[in-house]
Design a protein around this ligand. Structure first.
Ligand code: PYC
Length: 403
């Protein structure tokens, strides 16, 4: 008989043990991916803890955009490794993640931003990433609904076209990694809050949680929004400041847009999901906060700037709006690796607005670091010590939008 729905649970509820080889804090895409890649390497005594539900943080709050058209020689190969992993992930996890590799266009409205995109196109091409400058006529051909006319405050003067970029179903990514990690033996514990990190003689010895204490030699901080709070429990101070980032979706429409469109000048990005909703996002809020609530001024800004780009959406209703909390570093690059102050305390944090798209590569490379004790080449530039060593990786120029 054809079974359309499986009765099998996606992941099980296991009893929390008192000892694990690795404890991962944060059951979003990063934490779950690390658990999955650890299991693939034969490390199965892994617990993933979250104070809330799976994917309840930024993994379920981002706008699900994937790309690798970054600016730095460190960032481009790193995010490109991730994009290549995304291309095979549905097959690898045996779960349809609905990756639509439809192409990504960053439009420029000023000569200065076009010059910035030109530099990015060159850096991408030198490092083998498919992206190139396009003029407004070519943009109009690819995106008939977009307004490239001169009748707006900031007409489009060109753009950076990145064919392999696209969007994906972010909840499915979380479920796919969770199911695969669970099947391979990792143990997922939601509603289990970490309230302390035990240390002795400069190394991690365990975590204290609302469900009791756990012994372990390796703790991974894979949280976003609250990475500084967790790090502080381990006596580690991070150069991170947290800001809300808001997004919203419209009612579902018939297909109208099959490219991801980003305008850094207008501080807005737009794509159409597989469900037909237009997903709209903005820049980070101008003030620090841990709030995940949405605000009217941001909605007004997103709506008015989206209409500058797509006047045809004038009568489309917005259905939902929400916020996530982004951990911004001074150079807009993540912090990856063992904390220099504490052996066994591994950081996968400081993602700013780039975290979702890096989930596969950082999961695989952090798992490699834990397994081998060696920092993989591709994540070396993002080491926690780079701030003290004055080796920043300035990736702000590649932000979709930034203040
Ligand atoms: O970096 O592509 C991006 C992005 C979009 C929304 C937030 N970050």
């Amino acid at each position: 008989m054809l079974r359309l729905f499986s009765r099998e649970r996606m992941w099980r509820r296991r009893d929390l043990q008192r000892q694990y080889d690795v404890v991962i804090i944060g059951a979003g895409i990063h934490g779950l991916a690390i658990a999955y890649y650890l299991c693939k390497r034969g490390i199965h005594r892994v617990a993933v803890l979250d104070r809330s539900y799976l994917g309840g943080g930024n993994s379920g709050r981002n706008t699900a955009i994937l790309r690798s058209n970054y600016r730095t020689t460190e960032g481009i190969p790193f995010y490109d490794e991730s994009l290549k992993m995304w291309e095979n992930l549905s097959e690898e996890l045996d779960y349809n993640l609905m990756f639509s590799q439809q192409g990504h266009i960053t439009v420029a409205h000023t000569d200065a931003s076009l010059a910035g995109l030109r530099v990015r196109a060159s850096a991408n091409q030198v490092l083998g990433v498919n992206s190139r400058l396009v003029d407004s006529g070519e943009i109009k051909k690819m995106v008939p609904a977009i307004n490239v006319g001169k009748d707006v405050r900031y007409p489009i003067v060109g753009g950076l076209y990145h064919p392999p970029g696209g969007n994906i179903r972010h909840d499915a990514v979380v479920w796919g990694y969770a199911r695969a990690a669970d099947r391979m033996g990792a143990s997922l514990h939601t509603r289990t809050e970490v309230i302390g990190i035990n240390r002795q003689n400069g190394r991690v010895t365990g975590v204290r949680t609302t469900a009791g204490d756990i012994q372990t030699n390796t703790v991974v901080n894979a949280t976003s929004g609250w990475c500084t709070t967790i790090a502080r429990m381990a006596g580690v101070s991070l150069p991170v400041t947290s800001f809300p980032l808001q997004a919203c979706v419209t009612e579902p429409l018939k297909p109208v847009l099959d490219k991801v469109i980003v305008s850094a000048n207008l501080h807005v990005y737009v794509n159409q999901s597989d469900r037909g909703e237009l997903v709209l996002g903005s820049e980070i809020d101008p003030y620090t906060s841990y709030s995940q609530r949405s605000t009217l001024p941001t909605l007004e800004m997103i709506a008015s700037h989206t209409l500058d780009l797509f006047p045809c959406l004038r009568d489309v209703a917005v259905m939902r709006q929400w916020g996530g909390v982004c951990d911004m570093t001074p150079d807009y690059s993540p912090i990856l690796g063992e904390a220099p102050q504490l052996k066994g305390f591994v950081l996968d944090v400081g993602w700013g607005t780039y975290g979702f798209k890096a989930g596969p590569v950082s999961g695989a490379r952090i798992a490699e670091l834990i397994h081998t004790g060696e920092t993989p080449e591709v994540i070396r530039p993002f080491s926690p010590s780079r701030f003290a060593e004055d080796r920043l990786v300035g990736e702000k120029a590649a932000a979709a939008v930034s203040t």
